[in-house]
Design a protein around this ligand. Structure first.
Ligand code: BGC
Length: 763
């Protein structure tokens, strides 16, 4: 078990010592964010010691720049522009000095260096003792948190306690506009070709200091996307003890030590971003200053208590408790903590594959949100789920445009990866061709309606998404005479990115079928409502009949001889990958083999057919699921972090308990143990969602069946109990399972019937 979580307290991640490799690695794990912006867990003075950092970035969700994608060989309809999240000025920057020494972790005489991430309170605390060259011992503590009450605010408090009087100490604060970092990271990038990383990190904004003493205020503007951001920072301290002065990008504070007397310095940094004209800059900077003035007058302690209160209410409904394994308990909370931190909450931004913890995948939003992360929010904070789906609704115009580019005259195709709604995937075989994203979003929308009963959202935004995606499917596919009139979807890529451009990917076709049925069902429900969008959508009877027919005749490839579901029409015609002859260091395959070497073999990067079956467990017989699981498990590398959780959940459902447990442990501890060897680029947010899914839908066997909550628990023997809460149609339900018992309790709302393995009960 990893040393970070081996401390016996199921809420605390503790790092001790000052090994640069450890500190660098934990930069991702110790990142703090609130869905609006996030900042990595880098040291305050790390600009002096780059070897302690991988990237000290602060990211605003949805703040990106674009530049043209240059193709060696262009073809019509290729994505035209990169969208790359770019780090904004870093408000954590601090520098500590005495008369003849500037502090940094590498050269200073430091003892007891420790960093603690308290998941319960959402606070990162660093503490150490510094013995200066003059022989003064300073006990230093630096706390930081990213506020949930004031989404723009990063709050920091530094406390210094000297043991000797009469020495001058100076602390400088800056808004670090990252010129140096951009270069360093850019140089490294040239040698690193891993496509899962950031595209590039050169500094891509112009910055301008707005002089507003005592507030440090920077206005930045991206070079191409014309996105503006403001970063402001203010310092607060006991003025009778310390003198404050500001110049340029910096505020400095100096004081004379008094033995045993603490000096406390609070810093608030605010981040906002917007599209704009000049007047908006003025208005926005006024607003930002007002926010800073407000938090400054409320003070650090009040802000901190409010933040802790918000964290508590989060944990009240979202915590999952496991008795019998404290280290795993901590690992699970770590995942839930990061999931909560990652989600955009304003309906304009989504959740990137790395949350706001790193620049991997350029800050893009993928299907990861709807299939892996959203379920956690659907059942614990449905208002956040709604905001995430509202974002998808807001990018429907771009999705319609994308469908036109793809030659589809009606309906919408969501971008495979995006921030602003436009397609940003420069590689179509394992990117743009994953049109299953349409059905993934439709599935999430439909589930939202089922779980919350929010009919108003469903008959407006929801309906529009379902209808536009359904329209797309019947135009992409056709009824194929060669296959007895089956409705086929050709030349697509399913979730498994090691098999590209195939006909009738089972997952895609199954999801598309559901998408068509969802749209038909919702139209029926919307017909009687005056507040629905149905009229505007102008869906004809004929169109509906076509959807019905396509759903009914959807081609679902099946190998009768081996009684196996076929991942696609051609999967079983390919040679099986030489797994025995592939050394460990050749994984992930994508970094060592040409795509065509991979595509022409039976080898999967991740769950595909098994995922479809897991999503609709009741549609497939036990034997079928077990046979398909056994087959696909042998040919799956899990090179994608989205894979293990699905195999684990299915293993639990088909009674392979040991396997389920093994997969689950890998899932739950993936980032803490750096299982995929790339946590430095950011956490694997989808896998974190997979952790929640594994516990609730895997081990507890919770699913929705005909609109009713159903449970089929298989609590691992290794735990004495597993408990969690769920929000469902206005109820709050508490579930507690042991390996032999199950207990369901209603904490809020009206009584409700649920189905368990052997009976229907009213909770
Ligand atoms: C996976 C995709 C996923 C993406 C972002 C890729 O490695 O194959 O399914 O959407 O990562 O997490």
């Amino acid at each position: 078990m990893h040393e970070l979580i081996q401390n016996g307290t199921p809420w605390i991640l503790r790092e001790t010592g000052n090994d640069p490799a450890v500190i660098r690695q934990n930069e991702t794990l110790f990142a703090l964010s609130n869905g609006h912006f996030g900042t990595r867990g880098s040291l305050e003075e790390v600009h002096r010691t780059p070897e302690y950092s991988y990237s000290r970035s602060t990211l605003i969700n949805g703040y990106y720049d674009t530049d043209p994608i240059s193709y060696g060989e262009w073809a019509y309809g290729y994505a035209t522009h990169h969208q790359t999240t770019i780090p904004v000025p870093d408000g954590k920057w601090m520098e500590l000095r005495t008369a003849d020494e500037v502090f940094d972790l590498k050269s200073a005489n430091v003892s007891d260096h420790e960093r603690v991430l308290d998941l319960k309170e959402g606070i990162l605390t660093r503490s150490f003792q510094w013995e200066t060259r003059e022989g003064v011992k300073l006990d230093i503590t630096i706390e930081r948190f990213v506020s949930y009450d004031y989404p723009e605010i990063l709050a920091q408090r530094m406390t210094l306690v000297p043991d000797t009087s009469g020495h001058e100490v100076r602390v400088t604060f800056e808004l670090d506009d990252l010129e140096a970092m951009g270069k360093a990271a850019g140089e490294e990038q040239a040698e690193d070709l891993d496509p899962r990383k950031k595209e590039q990190t050169r500094r891509r904004f112009t910055s301008q200091r707005l002089s507003r003493s005592p507030i440090l205020l920077l206005h930045i503007k991206t070079q191409e996307s014309d996105l503006h951001a403001l970063v402001g920072s203010v310092i607060q301290t006991d003025k009778s003890k310390a003198a404050l002065s500001s110049y340029g990008n910096q505020t400095a504070l100096s004081f004379w030590t008094k033995a045993g007397e603490p000096v406390r310095i609070d810093r608030f940094t605010a981040y906002s971003s917007f599209f704009t004209n000049d007047q908006a800059v003025i208005n926005q900077s006024r607003q930002l200053e007002e926010t800073l003035e407000r938090v400054d007058s409320e003070g650090y302690d009040k802000l901190k208590s409010a933040h802790i209160y918000r964290m508590q209410s989060f944990w009240e409904t979202s915590d999952i408790q496991i008795e019998g394994d404290p280290a795993l308990q901590l690992g699970i909370r770590f995942n839930l903590f990061h999931l909560n931190q990652a989600a955009g909450r304003d309906g304009k931004r989504n959740m990137s594959a790395k949350g706001l913890t790193g620049e991997g995948y350029e800050g893009h939003y993928f299907w990861d949100t709807e299939l892996y992360m959203l379920p956690f929010f659907l059942y614990t904070q449905p208002e956040i789920a709604r905001a995430l789906l509202s974002y998808r609704h807001s990018i429907l115009p771009q999705a319609r445009e994308r469908a036109r580019i793809m030659g589809i005259d009606k309906g919408a195709l969501f971008a495979w990866r995006t921030i602003n709604g436009e397609e940003a995937s420069p590689y179509y075989p394992a990117g743009t061709a994953q049109i299953h994203i349409n059905a993934d979003i439709a599935h999430a929308v439909y589930s939202y309606g089922q779980i919350t009963g929010d009919e108003r959202f469903m008959v407006k935004e929801g309906l529009e998404i379902l209808v536009e995606t359904a329209r797309f499917w019947v135009r992409w596919g056709h009824f194929d005479d060669q296959q007895k009139g089956a409705f086929v979807l050709n030349d697509v890529t399913g979730p498994d990115e090691y098999t590209a451009i195939v006909n009738n990917n089972f997952y895609t076709n199954y999801m598309a079928k559901k998408n068509l049925l969802y749209a038909l069902e919702l139209i029926k429900r919307a017909e009687n409502r005056t507040d629905s969008s149905l009229k505007q959508l102008d869906v004809s009877e004929e169109e509906q009949r076509l959807w019905e027919r396509a759903a009914e005749l959807m081609c679902l490839p099946y190998d009768e001889k081996h009684r196996l579901t076929m991942q696609d029409d051609s999967f079983f015609h390919k040679a099986v990958w030489d797994f025995e002859g592939t050394p460990e260091d050749k994984y992930p395959l994508l970094l060592h083999y040409h795509p065509l070497t991979i595509y022409r073999h039976q080898v999967c990067k991740q769950a595909d057919t098994v995922l479809a079956q897991f999503l609709f467990l009741d549609d497939f017989s036990e034997e079928q699921k077990a046979r398909d699981f056994d087959y696909y498990e042998q040919v799956t590398t899990h090179d994608s972090s989205l894979s293990r959780s699905v195999f684990g959940m299915m293993a639990s459902r088909i009674g392979k308990d040991e396997k389920a447990y093994e997969y689950f442990m890998d899932t739950a501890l993936m980032d803490i143990t750096d299982l995929q060897a790339n946590t430095k680029d950011g956490v694997h947010a989808a896998n974190m969602g997979g952790t929640w899914l594994s516990l609730v839908q895997g081990f507890a066997g919770m699913r929705l069946h005909d609109g009713k909550l159903t449970f089929s628990p298989r609590c691992p023997k290794a735990w004495s109990s597993l408990s969690f809460s769920l929000k469902f149609r206005g109820r709050l339900i508490r579930v507690k399972l042991t390996p032999d018992t199950a207990h369901y309790e209603r904490l809020e709302g009206e009584p409700i019937a649920i189905q368990t393995d052997d009976e229907q009960i009213v909770v």
